[in-house]
Structures are given as C-alpha cells and as structure tokens.
Design a protein around this ligand. Sequence first.
Ligand code: IPD
Ligand code: CA
Ligand code: CA
Ligand code: CA
Length: 267
Amino acid sequence: MHPMLNIAVKAARRAGQIINRASLDIGQLTVGVKQQADFVTEVDKLAENAILEILGETYPEHAILAEESGSSGRADAEYQWIIDPLDGTTNFIHGFPQYAVSIALAHKGVLSHAVVYDTTRNDLYTASKGAGAFLNEKRMRVSKRNRLDEALLGTGFPYRSFAHIDTYLAIFRELAQKTAGMRRPGSAALDLAYVAAGRLDGFWEFGLSPWDMAAGALLISEAGGLVGGPTGEPTYLDSGNMIAGNPKIFAQLLQTIAPHLTPALKR
Ligand code: IPD
Ligand code: CA
Ligand code: CA
Ligand code: CA
C-alpha cells in the first residue's frame, strides 16, 4: 500500500472508532442544525479533528478541504485532502447503519488516493490511481450488467436544495420504469463504493459536495467504471451533479437523462 494511502487508512479507522463508540449511545448525541434537514453532531467534528490530526502530523504542508472545518493550507499546495468525516449523518443520528468515513487525496487536482470506510461493517474500500480498487484488500470491479432493465441504481433524493427537484422527479419517473430498481441508502460515499464493488450498476444524484464524491469517484474509476456530470463532462466535483456506473450503464444513464436536463444541469 502506498504510504499516503496508508496514512489515510489509519485516519479513517481512527475516525471509525470514534463513530462506532458514539453509535452505542445515540440517545446522548447533541444534534445541531446547519440549515433545514442538514444536521451535524459532535461526532462529525470529533471524527474530523482526529483525521486532521493524523494527516497533519505526517503531511503538515498539504492543503485540506473538510466538510466541518472548511479549507485550509496554501492555495498553491500540490496536495489536497478532501474529507468527509461522517457521510450519512442523518442515518447515524437515527441509528440507521449506513454511513462512512470518506478521505481522498488530490495531487495537482488529480485524485490519487481514496478511502471509504464503512464503520458499522468494518469494510475498507481503497484505491490508488493506476493501482486498482480494493475491498478489504481484495480487488474490486464494477458489475458487468449491461441492460438498464436489469440494473440496480443508487441515488440520493433532493432533501435540502430543491433547485433541480422537477428535473430529478422527471428522471426518476423514467428510470423507475426502465430499471430493476433504485435505492436511496443515504451515504453518497458508500453508494459510490457499492458501484465500484459491483453491488450497484449505476448511481445519480444532484447537489452533492466534493467531499461526498471524491473518494468514491476514484474507487469507481479504478474498478473500471465511469463517473461524470449529467452530460458526461468531468466537472462533477465542482457542480455537485454526478452520474456514475459501469461503462455500459453509465452510457445509458447519460442517454436517458439528456432529454430532461435544464441549462443549469448541463454546465
Ligand atoms: C450526505 C449524504 C447523502 C447525500 C447528501 C449528503 P452528509 O452527506 O452523502 O447520501 O444525499 O447529499 O450531503 O451530510 O451526511 O455527510
Ligand atoms: Ca453534512
Ligand atoms: Ca457527505
Ligand atoms: Ca458528513
């Protein structure tokens, strides 16, 4: 394992310990509301601090983009860590066991290492650019399913920003009729890890943040899948609007989605 990935794994496991310990007593959680339906707990912050401490000890010169504490470091830093300490906070608060730690490293803007850690199952998803993707050190590949009518898709419902809800529902209506089914597990990072592991054949969500997507995106591309924006463009990390899948399903998703896209979603 590359030393940088190794440190990321150490940080993710440390955060996982904090999350798992706190999950034993969710009645004690103090829940803050950032905005309507957007929650944060002290566990999100403790987990993030633990990650930042471990990464900072080894790589003090690296820049950071983390959900709870924002960005820091030099604008011209070669390396940037993109961190979601607890992806699926709403699930966590409810004791619904589907959440994860997500850590990615970008080198000169290119995703180079990724960890998604499913703390409740102790499943570790990792990837390094050019070196493949792994689930608990076993090589992962995207599914081979190539028919949309047999495909199982992951998605995220709009719940906080409703800018694209009509488009979302129109696409949902069509995909509900054309696919084997859709799931909304509630952790985008894990949804993407599932695409990489071949458990989901595709995924789509609008309005995500870079820390929800960065690690999962590298897992998918290293597992032989494709990720992009709604028209296939590579700007999903900026726009937050993301389509992913094995290559065959990705292409069919783009085709299905295209007629519904508004100008704002084509950017
Ligand atoms: C959320 C989860 C969810 C997705 C949301 C994200 P958070 O992250 O990934 O699946 O639908 O858009 O914000 O806030 O729980 O880290
Ligand atoms: Ca959040
Ligand atoms: Ca998140
Ligand atoms: Ca989060």
